[in-house]
Ligand binder design. Structure first.
Ligand code: MN
Length: 255
Protein backbone atom coordinates (compact mmCIF):
# COMPACT_ATOMS: atom_id res chain seq x y z
CA UNK A 1 0.00 0.00 0.00
CA UNK A 2 2.74 2.39 1.00
CA UNK A 3 4.68 1.78 -2.20
CA UNK A 4 1.54 2.30 -4.25
CA UNK A 5 0.99 5.65 -2.51
CA UNK A 6 4.50 6.79 -3.26
CA UNK A 7 4.15 5.64 -6.85
CA UNK A 8 0.88 7.59 -7.34
CA UNK A 9 2.41 10.63 -5.69
CA UNK A 10 5.36 10.56 -8.05
CA UNK A 11 3.04 10.00 -11.01
CA UNK A 12 0.93 13.07 -10.15
CA UNK A 13 4.01 15.19 -9.51
CA UNK A 14 5.35 14.12 -12.89
CA UNK A 15 2.07 14.83 -14.66
CA UNK A 16 1.74 18.30 -13.19
CA UNK A 17 5.34 19.13 -14.10
CA UNK A 18 4.68 17.90 -17.62
CA UNK A 19 1.53 20.00 -18.02
CA UNK A 20 3.21 23.17 -16.74
CA UNK A 21 6.29 22.75 -18.80
CA UNK A 22 5.12 21.62 -22.18
CA UNK A 23 1.73 23.09 -22.85
CA UNK A 24 1.90 26.89 -22.58
CA UNK A 25 -0.39 27.31 -25.60
CA UNK A 26 -3.16 25.35 -23.94
CA UNK A 27 -2.87 27.49 -20.84
CA UNK A 28 -3.24 30.65 -22.90
CA UNK A 29 -6.25 29.22 -24.72
CA UNK A 30 -7.95 28.38 -21.44
CA UNK A 31 -7.38 31.74 -19.74
CA UNK A 32 -8.22 34.06 -22.64
CA UNK A 33 -11.99 33.44 -22.76
CA UNK A 34 -12.18 34.07 -19.01
CA UNK A 35 -10.52 37.44 -19.44
CA UNK A 36 -12.89 38.31 -22.26
CA UNK A 37 -15.79 37.32 -20.04
CA UNK A 38 -14.52 39.67 -17.34
CA UNK A 39 -14.07 42.47 -19.85
CA UNK A 40 -17.64 41.97 -20.98
CA UNK A 41 -19.11 42.19 -17.49
CA UNK A 42 -16.95 45.28 -16.81
CA UNK A 43 -18.79 47.09 -19.58
CA UNK A 44 -22.20 45.71 -18.66
CA UNK A 45 -25.10 48.13 -18.77
CA UNK A 46 -25.69 50.01 -15.51
CA UNK A 47 -29.42 49.53 -16.28
CA UNK A 48 -29.21 45.96 -14.96
CA UNK A 49 -28.44 47.27 -11.45
CA UNK A 50 -31.66 47.08 -9.42
CA UNK A 51 -32.16 47.26 -5.67
CA UNK A 52 -34.30 44.73 -3.86
CA UNK A 53 -37.21 46.79 -2.51
CA UNK A 54 -38.99 50.15 -2.72
CA UNK A 55 -35.98 52.45 -2.52
CA UNK A 56 -34.05 52.45 -5.79
CA UNK A 57 -30.89 53.98 -7.22
CA UNK A 58 -31.21 56.68 -9.85
CA UNK A 59 -30.55 55.42 -13.35
CA UNK A 60 -26.94 56.19 -14.20
CA UNK A 61 -27.25 58.89 -16.91
CA UNK A 62 -24.18 57.59 -18.85
CA UNK A 63 -22.10 54.44 -19.36
CA UNK A 64 -19.49 53.32 -16.83
CA UNK A 65 -16.62 54.58 -19.00
CA UNK A 66 -18.21 57.94 -19.89
CA UNK A 67 -16.38 59.95 -17.21
CA UNK A 68 -12.88 58.89 -18.28
CA UNK A 69 -10.19 60.07 -17.98
CA UNK A 70 -11.39 61.97 -14.90
CA UNK A 71 -13.00 58.95 -13.23
CA UNK A 72 -12.12 55.50 -14.62
CA UNK A 73 -14.75 52.97 -15.71
CA UNK A 74 -13.85 50.40 -13.05
CA UNK A 75 -14.28 52.93 -10.26
CA UNK A 76 -17.68 54.05 -11.60
CA UNK A 77 -18.82 50.44 -12.05
CA UNK A 78 -17.84 49.34 -8.53
CA UNK A 79 -19.11 52.58 -7.02
CA UNK A 80 -22.53 52.31 -8.66
CA UNK A 81 -23.16 48.56 -8.89
CA UNK A 82 -21.62 47.59 -5.54
CA UNK A 83 -21.40 50.54 -3.10
CA UNK A 84 -24.49 52.46 -4.18
CA UNK A 85 -26.55 49.30 -4.70
CA UNK A 86 -25.46 48.13 -1.25
CA UNK A 87 -26.83 51.28 0.42
CA UNK A 88 -30.16 50.85 -1.39
CA UNK A 89 -30.48 47.18 -0.47
CA UNK A 90 -29.50 47.77 3.15
CA UNK A 91 -31.95 50.67 3.46
CA UNK A 92 -34.75 48.49 2.12
CA UNK A 93 -33.86 45.85 4.73
CA UNK A 94 -33.64 48.43 7.52
CA UNK A 95 -37.09 49.96 6.85
CA UNK A 96 -38.93 46.72 6.08
CA UNK A 97 -42.07 46.49 8.21
CA UNK A 98 -41.63 49.99 9.75
CA UNK A 99 -43.45 53.31 9.19
CA UNK A 100 -40.45 54.55 7.20
CA UNK A 101 -41.31 52.19 4.36
CA UNK A 102 -44.15 54.46 3.19
CA UNK A 103 -42.07 57.68 3.29
CA UNK A 104 -40.04 59.33 0.55
CA UNK A 105 -36.27 59.23 0.87
CA UNK A 106 -36.23 62.97 1.67
CA UNK A 107 -38.85 62.47 4.41
CA UNK A 108 -36.80 59.62 5.90
CA UNK A 109 -33.74 61.91 6.00
CA UNK A 110 -35.33 65.11 7.33
CA UNK A 111 -37.17 63.21 10.08
CA UNK A 112 -34.26 60.93 10.87
CA UNK A 113 -33.56 59.45 14.30
CA UNK A 114 -29.75 59.88 14.26
CA UNK A 115 -29.41 56.94 16.67
CA UNK A 116 -30.86 54.63 14.01
CA UNK A 117 -27.48 53.90 12.42
CA UNK A 118 -28.71 51.45 9.79
CA UNK A 119 -31.20 53.97 8.37
CA UNK A 120 -28.84 56.92 8.86
CA UNK A 121 -25.95 55.31 6.96
CA UNK A 122 -27.97 53.71 4.19
CA UNK A 123 -30.61 56.39 3.55
CA UNK A 124 -27.72 58.87 3.50
CA UNK A 125 -25.69 56.62 1.21
CA UNK A 126 -28.58 56.17 -1.21
CA UNK A 127 -29.50 59.87 -1.38
CA UNK A 128 -25.91 61.13 -1.58
CA UNK A 129 -24.96 58.84 -4.45
CA UNK A 130 -28.18 59.60 -6.35
CA UNK A 131 -27.17 63.26 -6.25
CA UNK A 132 -23.54 62.52 -7.12
CA UNK A 133 -24.33 60.61 -10.34
CA UNK A 134 -26.96 63.13 -11.40
CA UNK A 135 -24.58 66.09 -11.24
CA UNK A 136 -21.77 64.49 -13.24
CA UNK A 137 -21.56 64.44 -17.03
CA UNK A 138 -19.06 63.74 -19.80
CA UNK A 139 -20.26 66.98 -21.47
CA UNK A 140 -18.41 70.17 -20.64
CA UNK A 141 -20.81 72.66 -19.02
CA UNK A 142 -20.61 76.09 -17.38
CA UNK A 143 -22.64 77.74 -14.62
CA UNK A 144 -25.27 80.07 -16.07
CA UNK A 145 -28.47 82.00 -15.37
CA UNK A 146 -29.84 82.45 -11.87
CA UNK A 147 -27.33 79.99 -10.40
CA UNK A 148 -24.36 81.92 -11.80
CA UNK A 149 -25.77 85.20 -10.45
CA UNK A 150 -26.27 83.64 -7.03
CA UNK A 151 -22.74 82.15 -6.97
CA UNK A 152 -21.27 85.55 -7.83
CA UNK A 153 -23.42 87.24 -5.17
CA UNK A 154 -22.61 84.74 -2.39
CA UNK A 155 -18.99 83.82 -3.20
CA UNK A 156 -17.68 86.55 -5.51
CA UNK A 157 -16.91 84.17 -8.38
CA UNK A 158 -17.24 80.58 -9.56
CA UNK A 159 -13.52 80.06 -8.92
CA UNK A 160 -13.96 81.20 -5.33
CA UNK A 161 -16.81 78.72 -4.86
CA UNK A 162 -14.73 75.91 -6.38
CA UNK A 163 -11.83 76.80 -4.07
CA UNK A 164 -14.09 76.64 -0.99
CA UNK A 165 -15.68 73.36 -2.03
CA UNK A 166 -12.28 71.84 -2.84
CA UNK A 167 -10.97 72.85 0.56
CA UNK A 168 -14.02 71.45 2.33
CA UNK A 169 -13.52 68.12 0.54
CA UNK A 170 -9.77 67.99 1.09
CA UNK A 171 -10.07 68.85 4.81
CA UNK A 172 -12.89 66.41 5.60
CA UNK A 173 -11.10 63.96 7.92
CA UNK A 174 -11.63 60.37 6.73
CA UNK A 175 -14.68 59.39 4.69
CA UNK A 176 -17.37 61.92 3.95
CA UNK A 177 -18.83 64.50 1.60
CA UNK A 178 -18.33 68.15 0.66
CA UNK A 179 -21.53 70.06 -0.04
CA UNK A 180 -23.01 73.09 -1.70
CA UNK A 181 -26.48 73.66 -0.26
CA UNK A 182 -29.30 76.16 -0.58
CA UNK A 183 -30.03 77.01 3.04
CA UNK A 184 -33.37 78.02 4.55
CA UNK A 185 -32.73 81.70 3.74
CA UNK A 186 -32.09 80.85 0.07
CA UNK A 187 -28.37 81.45 0.45
CA UNK A 188 -25.68 79.17 -1.00
CA UNK A 189 -23.46 77.58 1.62
CA UNK A 190 -20.44 75.24 1.58
CA UNK A 191 -19.74 72.57 4.19
CA UNK A 192 -18.86 68.95 4.78
CA UNK A 193 -20.14 65.93 6.70
CA UNK A 194 -18.54 62.63 7.79
CA UNK A 195 -19.54 59.17 6.55
CA UNK A 196 -22.90 59.20 4.71
CA UNK A 197 -24.42 62.05 6.69
CA UNK A 198 -25.94 64.88 4.66
CA UNK A 199 -27.42 68.38 5.11
CA UNK A 200 -31.02 67.09 5.10
CA UNK A 201 -30.34 65.28 8.38
CA UNK A 202 -30.86 67.11 11.67
CA UNK A 203 -27.85 68.65 13.46
CA UNK A 204 -24.99 67.68 11.17
CA UNK A 205 -23.39 71.16 11.10
CA UNK A 206 -24.74 72.23 7.71
CA UNK A 207 -28.41 72.42 6.83
CA UNK A 208 -30.21 72.89 3.51
CA UNK A 209 -30.99 71.32 0.16
CA UNK A 210 -27.83 69.86 -1.40
CA UNK A 211 -27.19 70.87 -5.02
CA UNK A 212 -23.56 69.69 -5.23
CA UNK A 213 -22.17 66.70 -3.32
CA UNK A 214 -18.56 65.56 -3.70
CA UNK A 215 -17.96 62.03 -2.47
CA UNK A 216 -14.54 62.02 -0.80
CA UNK A 217 -14.63 58.39 0.36
CA UNK A 218 -11.53 56.57 -0.90
CA UNK A 219 -13.74 54.20 -2.92
CA UNK A 220 -14.62 57.20 -5.13
CA UNK A 221 -11.05 57.77 -6.32
CA UNK A 222 -8.47 55.35 -4.96
CA UNK A 223 -7.96 53.20 -8.11
CA UNK A 224 -6.98 56.24 -10.14
CA UNK A 225 -5.67 58.76 -7.64
CA UNK A 226 -4.57 56.64 -4.64
CA UNK A 227 -4.00 59.02 -1.72
CA UNK A 228 -4.23 62.19 -3.84
CA UNK A 229 -7.73 63.33 -2.92
CA UNK A 230 -7.16 66.94 -4.09
CA UNK A 231 -6.36 65.68 -7.60
CA UNK A 232 -9.62 63.74 -7.70
CA UNK A 233 -11.52 66.82 -6.50
CA UNK A 234 -9.87 68.88 -9.25
CA UNK A 235 -10.95 66.24 -11.79
CA UNK A 236 -14.49 66.27 -10.37
CA UNK A 237 -14.97 69.88 -11.48
CA UNK A 238 -14.08 68.92 -15.07
CA UNK A 239 -17.09 66.61 -15.19
CA UNK A 240 -19.47 68.56 -12.97
CA UNK A 241 -22.77 69.03 -14.82
CA UNK A 242 -23.55 72.69 -14.08
CA UNK A 243 -26.85 72.38 -15.99
CA UNK A 244 -28.00 69.69 -13.57
CA UNK A 245 -26.83 71.81 -10.61
CA UNK A 246 -28.73 74.84 -12.01
CA UNK A 247 -31.88 72.71 -12.24
CA UNK A 248 -31.46 71.55 -8.65
CA UNK A 249 -30.93 75.17 -7.57
CA UNK A 250 -34.19 76.24 -9.27
CA UNK A 251 -36.06 73.37 -7.61
CA UNK A 252 -34.58 74.21 -4.21
CA UNK A 253 -35.52 77.91 -4.28
CA UNK A 254 -39.02 77.15 -5.57
CA UNK A 255 -39.77 74.58 -2.86
MN1 MN B 1 -19.36 56.63 -2.56
Amino acid sequence: MRNKGIFLGLLFAGLSLYSCKDQPENIVEVTLPEEQQEQKSELASPDSVKADGKFQLVKLPYTYDALEPYIDAKTVEIHYSKHHLGYANNLNKAVAGTDLESKTLEEVLTGLDMENKAVRNNAGGLYNHNLYWEILSPEKTQPSGALLEKINADFGSVDALIAQLSEAGAKQFGSGWAWLVVNKDGKLQVGSTPNQDNPLMPNVGISGTPIIGIDVWEHAYYLNYQNQRPKYIEAFFNILNWDAVAKKYEEAINK
